[in-house]
Design a protein around this ligand. Structure first.
Ligand code: VGL
Ligand code: ZN
Length: 306
């Protein structure tokens, strides 16, 4: 009786183990299949091409670099018309009137200024607020891009594709107590905007970032894009920034983080060559002449699988 009972348990355990091994094996097989059929999906991300940064309350032309934000518009329009992107994402800086980033709100938030003495701060200084909510260091910008104002609109000359299956619009910086330079995450990296989910839902693999301002919102968006797993490009001539030194520093940081800095004229060629590489991988894997699992994508050429 005792012997039989033990035997029964052994059989049960054996069945469970075989099940686990088989499940593991089929999981491995699925992963391989998924990888080999992974298609490149390209998104154009356009950051904050709004009047506030072009001729409004935070116009780049008034910044130290004296740049003209409107100059990105023809470059981006050309990209939209000529390059076969699969997905288009527009972001808008979209602040409530009591936003933490506004110099004008320093007085009403003075109890949260680290070290007190709020009066010593000027426009464009960085202040550390101890709350409400989390501690955050914030540059004091002039009030800008207030929700539903005319200057918060995207510039009328920018091609604004209607929202739909392959076009998304993201409003950021809506939380009064935390700024959001990146179109993916707030500055404390706590709360996500819908952008990552919208891109993942469309299977986006590669993102090309453009817009305003390169040293702030464009740069932060590109770094988060890398961290969220996208192959990331910044199209330098489709961006303008606030401060020359900060722009240089940001470009260097982006490159170090693995972002590729490219020119708008290269983009179509980059996508074409990625697609032909992808076609080679697809042919090789469908012919089972090439093991996708240990391929080094950069070395692929048609001879590898012949
Ligand atoms: C931005 C400063 C403040 C930007 C937004 O879009 O780069 N810069 N808010
Ligand atoms: Zn802002």
């Amino acid at each position: 009786m005792k012997y039989n009972k033990l035997n029964g348990w052994t059989i049960v355990l054996l069945i469970i183990s075989i099940g686990a091994i088989r499940a593991h094996k089929s999981e491995d097989e699925t992963t391989t299949v998924e990888r080999s059929s992974k298609k490149n999906v390209y998104a154009l991300i356009m950051i904050d091409v709004q009047y506030c940064f072009i001729n409004g309350s935070l116009a780049l032309s008034n910044g130290p670099a004296g740049q003209d934000g409107a100059e990105v518009i023809p470059v981006i329009n050309e990209l939209i018309k000529k390059v076969p992107f699969d997905v288009f994402a527009y972001s808008l800086d979209w602040h409530p009137a009591n936003h933490i980033s506004f110099f004008e709100n320093l007085e009403s938030r003075k109890d949260y200024v680290l070290g007190g003495d709020h009066e010593k701060y000027q426009m464009f200084d960085a202040v550390t607020y101890t709350g409400p909510g989390l501690e955050t260091t914030q540059i004091l910008w002039p009030a800008h891009c207030i929700q539903d104002t005319d200057e918060a609109k995207l510039h009328e000359d920018l091609i604004r594709l209607p929202a739909g299956d392959n076009v998304v619009y993201i409003n950021k910086g809506r939380n009064p107590n935390i700024d959001s330079y990146s179109a993916f995450l707030d500055n404390d990296k706590i709360e996500k905007t819908p952008l990552d989910n919208e891109l993942k839902a469309r299977n986006v693999t590669h993102v090309f970032v453009t817009g305003l301002a390169l040293d702030y919102c464009v740069g932060s968006t590109a770094i988060d894009a890398i961290n969220f797993g996208y192959k990331t490009y910044v199209i330098e001539d489709a961006c303008r920034g606030v401060d020359g030194t900060a722009i240089e520093a940001k470009l260097n940081q982006l490159e170090q983080d693995g972002v590729e800095i490219v020119n708008s004229h290269q983009v179509e060629q980059i996508i074409n060559s990625l697609n032909s590489k992808q076609n080679v991988i697809d042919t090789c894997t469908s012919n089972k002449r090439y093991d996708i699992t240990d391929e080094n994508q950069d070395d692929i050429n048609i001879n590898n699988c012949q």
